[in-house]
Design a protein around this ligand. Sequence first.
Ligand code: GDG
Length: 458
Amino acid sequence: MTRIVAISNRTAGEAASRAGGLAVAVWEALKASGGSWIGWSGDTVEEQPRGATTFNDEGVEFVLTDLTQEEFNGYYITYANRNIWPIFHYRVDLAHFDSEAFDAYAGVNQRIARLARPRIKDGDVVWVHDYHFLLLGDCLRREGWRGPIGFFLHIPFPAPEIFRALPEHAQIARAMCEYDVIGFQTERDTSNFIRYLTEDHGAAELGEGRVKVLNRTLTIKTYPIGIDAEDFAELAVSEKAQDAATRIGRFLGGRSFAIGVDRIDYSKGLPERFEAVGKLFDAHPDVRGALSVTQIAPPSRSKVEEYQELRLQLDQLAGRINGDYGDLDWIPLRYLARSFDRAELAGLFRIAQVGLVTPLRDGMNLVAKEFVMAQDEADPGVLILSEFAGSAERLRGAIVVNPHNAAAVAEAMHYALTMPLDQRVERWRELRETIVAEDIDWWRGNFLNDLTRAPEAA
Ligand code: GDG
């Protein structure tokens, strides 16, 4: 089997972090091929480290480097998370353009490439992940690697008109064309990128995902990421899951239950969702006292200002909704700003009547798929899904909503709560079928298949 060298900002060096989704998929691929996984250790230091920490786990070599405080601020906080993240999520208004931060970003991409190069052997394939490393393929070419390099973008790729707001867009796109395979989550992302390359760099499509651009021919295709579907369904009936369901059941006291699980991030549409919950209680007094909404929202990137502001906004909004609508024996909206065990989440999904997945923009959104897989076929809950989540492109059985339209989201919740069993089962079966067929193994297999065939295709 072809050996894989994976490169991503964070790796799954600790067994506990291999708890789900992507980490599992990459880990399994590396274990099967005896590969290496290279990335940031998660620590910052004063002086640039010369080497890296390396260790082996089940035949997989981990190579982790610390970042200097300066690199962390420039590459990670400012360029990746305050330039690329907002722009790729269509939030030009939140971008903090900063050319020095771009230099730091390019510097870290080059340093990681230099670290990786001696570990890549003839016959290997390199698999780079996500928006932290858009330039890495080009950096590896500069280090002399001519073999296959694939890149998968986990977040959306914006419309060209938005991408061009990034002052370094041309430089980034030229560097990206050094990859052999570029994978996106949705057809929309893929066509956005190809349209950009066509309009700005004279690209020509050759068919079957092959694109000729800047004197190279590469594969640019859609590989919607999946989940470990059957495993998640099993997790939802595990003892830990059932304990969590019992605990929340005591609190619910027979009321209906809607759940959302999202990192605190402005792309996830949490204020808009809270507003929709308020609208539901306004428009449908019958639901007052009869439904509890729980939002699990682990804080993320709390060093970034926009995330700190969002946290305050959510604290305030949740407080106001409970103040306005709550009663002596009823909390309408429970908002828990911490993380829970994966099995506990699965247990909560299983007993929920409604899953709320209403991001303003999302590459895929795995919570939507997890919610579906956790359901009980005899009495499944209903998924309410934003049209702007990548997962909406394939998940036809969901109630698809515009998250900006709070009144419509409120109506969708009411519709879900009153939906007859046969319709819920029909929708659920359709969703489940897609999620099982397009699971994480399917995703990884498709991508790696194209990547290992890249030399022939060229
Ligand atoms: C990026 C893209 C794309 C959440 N809270 C807890 C917890 N989670 C787990 C969920 C899910 C994962 O984290 C989140 O994945 P999402 O896909 O929903 O969102 P992002 O974190 O933004 O991920 C996204 C993804 O990459 C993969 O390509 O789908 O669009 O933005 O698995 O269940 N897990 C635990 N406790 C929590 O409190 N254990």
